[in-house]
Design a protein around this ligand. Structure first.
Ligand SMILES: Nc1ncnc2c1ncn2[C@@H]1O[C@H](COP(=O)(O)OP(=O)(O)OP(=O)(O)O)[C@@H](O)[C@H]1O
Length: 635
């Protein structure tokens, strides 16, 4: 290295400091992953150079053999990893190795608990990357020169990982990046040929580029001169997805996933397919075990790594999968697209549309298989990504039945908030004579579980799906039936229990409505500003009254979503249903004086509103009325 000029000391962004601290402390038991991360970065840098050189052939200069070099010095306790890839400019280095650009990072870090065991799992949501070098090194140097830049634009970055780094200009004869790890005393064992070889084999065997090391010195016979160590490629260096499936071991699939996804946990499952015929492409799709922290940020990077004829084209090619499958990671390698595609071209390309349709089906089939063969693993998937899959019926109407099969619900039968019941399970347990799939929506599982709307279902032993995720009511707008059975919101319209309800039940309600007509009329008049109708309920056994949404009116959850989005919410009043068997309603019937009747009726309506999880427009009046009634009672 020549004399360093333009040297300055800069501070890491706060988030980097926090991440470094977290990484060093929580990934300690996985420390060997540093090598995979650095090799993955080197491989990405080579991919990027190869791509750029398609349009700028002179970028590769006279150094066209793309490779990664790994050296070590046991005496000095250093490991050196070099690539002749795209390299970085001074500005690139400051941005890439001093900051984290992903939005939401600060919030993510804020939410860490400080409990190393828990946090080490969470870091999987982040991806580890370059900073993992500091797990084993107490000083890291980076020497890099951007492809195409002159030798004097080399950059030297140097840091002990303690909040600051220095950056200076040096002359570098070759393009690309060299990373020198000065190992901590207790990690010096990594500066060993066998150890490094085995780590490369284990984690980076099937990346697309050769990893070259010097051969180990041979034992020599006395008197003979030792042969000088030779360069040798220590990995297979054939991109994994290009191999036939039967030649790939599960461990190799898993290692490759970690390389592609920068994840340190195994994937839940994968699907590797070669399609030939009208279209010719290979896909290798993985389902991760853990959601990234920014899964719900719809602008966060997502998508597959796109290769065309084995040449890397871009990361995060989101056009190959619909948004509701944005958790899928992997590679698509097409022989039909032109090497000079851009994101804009991909957006309007028929071939891409066809591939997206096929890949969506493939992912759904892969999930179906996982659910059938490894239900516990599927449950893990659901807990992490279920909410995203719920966007599916709206986004991908043609696959809505397949998606519906994959949904999992909490129900009145399980009594727990965990979503574990499939629609097939539900149908398998339907009561004789039950024709519909019943569900309830509410803001929270607790509110849904104690909703008065469930009373008659409990009495009749009919299971009800409990939907309390924000997206649920919206999703149900797109699911009208499953397996020939229609869905019925138990809080909407007139209740149809099919033949679970006897003729007698029906007659009784009709009779009650007739008998209590004057009460219903009086209630309607008293509450006409707030309800569209008053009727005798079939829903309640224990509660005096409840609110029902009209068949074509918007439910409470949707109203809230629309209001939060600043949209105008259509005006509609609920239907008020009363349980004429209930003593409070009977008392209402015998109430004399309009004031007392109105008080009691309004209190019942307010209570029904509260029980449906809504807030009262005028809570103060509710309290005043209730107190007045309580005082009367104690008189
Ligand atoms: N060997 C390299 N050559 C060129 N650029 C590199 C190299 N290593 C890292 N970089 C640059 O530094 C950036 C940050 O690397 P880092 O490993 O921290 O994150 P990442 O690879 O982008 O994401 P993650 O590893 O979290 O998926 C990379 O995106 C890349 O631009």
């Amino acid at each position: 290295m020549t004399v360093e000029t333009q040297k300055e000391t800069l501070s890491f962004q706060t988030e980097v400091k926090q991440l470094l601290h977290l990484m060093i402390h929580s990934l300690y038991s996985n420390k060997e992953i540093f090598l995979r991360e650095l090799v993955s970065n080197a491989s990405d840098a080579l991919d990027k150079l190869r791509f750029k050189s398609l349009s700028q052939a002179d970028l590769v200069e006279d150094d066209a053999e793309l490779k990664i070099r790994l050296d070590f010095d046991a005496a000095a306790g250093t490991i050196t990893l070099s690539d002749n890839g795209i390299g970085m400019s001074r500005q690139d280095v400051i941005e890439n190795l001093g900051t984290i650009a992903r939005s939401g990072t600060a919030d993510f870090i804020q939410n860490l608990s400080g409990d190393q065991k828990k946090d080490s799992k969470l870091i999987g949501q982040f991806g580890v990357g370059f900073y993992s070098a500091f797990i084993v090194a107490n000083r890291v140097e980076v020497l890099t020169r951007k492809a195409g830049a002159p030798a004097e634009e080399g950059v030297h970055w140097d840091s002990t990982g303690n909040g600051e780094f220095t950056i200076g200009a040096v002359e570098l004869a070759e393009r690309g990046t060299t990373i020198i790890l000065h190992l901590k005393d207790e990690e010096k064992e990594f500066a060993d040929g066998y150890r490094l070889r085995s780590l490369i084999k284990k984690y980076s065997d099937h990346i697309s580029f050769p990893v070259v090391m010097k051969s180990e010195p041979q034992e020599t016979e006395e008197g003979k001169e030792a042969e000088a160590p030779q360069d040798e490629t220590v990995n297979e260096a054939t991109a994994l997805w290009t191999l036939p499936r039967n030649e790939i071991k599960d461990d190799e699939y898993k290692a490759f996933y970690k390389h592609v996804a920068h994840d340190f946990e195994d994937p839940l499952t994968w699907s590797h397919n070669r399609v030939e015929g009208a279209l010719d492409y290979t896909s290798l799709l993985y389902i991760p075990a853990r959601a990234p922290f920014d899964l719900y940020n719809r602008d966060a990077p997502r998508g597959l790594k796109l290769y065309i004829q084995r040449v890397f084209i871009m990361d995060d090619a989101e056009q190959f999968l619909p948004l509701y499958l944005r958790f899928v990671k992997g590679v698509i390698d097409s022989n039909d697209l032109s090497l000079n595609v851009s994101r804009e071209i991909l957006q309007n390309d028929k071939t891409v549309d066809t591939i997206r349709t096929a890949l969506s089906k493939r992912v759904l089939d892969m999930l179906k298989k996982l659910a059938a063969n490894e239900p516990e693993q599927y449950q893990k998937f659901w807990d992490e990504f279920g909410q995203v899959l719920k966007e599916g019926p709206a986004e991908d109407f043609s696959n809505k039945d397949k998606i519906a099969k994959l949904l999992r619900f909490s129900t009145t039968q399980t009594g727990e908030a965990a979503q574990t019941v499939s629609l097939d399970d539900y149908i398998g347990r339907m009561r004789e004579g039950q024709e519909k799939i019943y569900y309830i929506t509410a803001d929270s599982h607790t509110a849904a579980k104690s909703s008065p709307h469930l009373e008659v279902f409990r009495k009749k032993g009919v299971e009800v799906l409990i939907l309390s995720d924000r997206i649920d009511e919206w999703m149900m707008n797109y699911l009208s039936e499953y397996d020939g059975k229609s869905f019925q919101d138990v809080g909407r319209g007139s209740l149809d229990l099919g033949s679970v309800e006897t003729e007698e039940d029906k007659k009784e309600v009709e009779k009650a409505a007739e008998e209590h007509k004057p009460l219903l009329e009086r209630l309607k008049k008293a509450l006409e500003d707030r309800v569209q109708d008053v009727r005798v309920t079939k829903r309640l056994t224990d509660s005096p009254a409840c609110l029902v949404v009209g068949d074509f009116d918007m439910g409470a959850q949707m109203r809230k979503i629309m209001a939060a989005a600043g949209q105008k919410v259509p005006d509609s009043k609920p239907i008020f249903e009363v349980n004429v068997e209930h003593p409070l309603v009977q008392r209402l019937e015998s109430a004399d004086g309009d004031e007392r009747f109105n008080d009691l009726a309004t209190v019942l309506l307010d209570q029904a509103t509260l029980a449906s999880g809504e807030q009262l427009e005028d809570p103060g009046s509710y309290v005043t009325r209730l107190n007045r009634l309580l005082l009367e009672l104690s008189r």
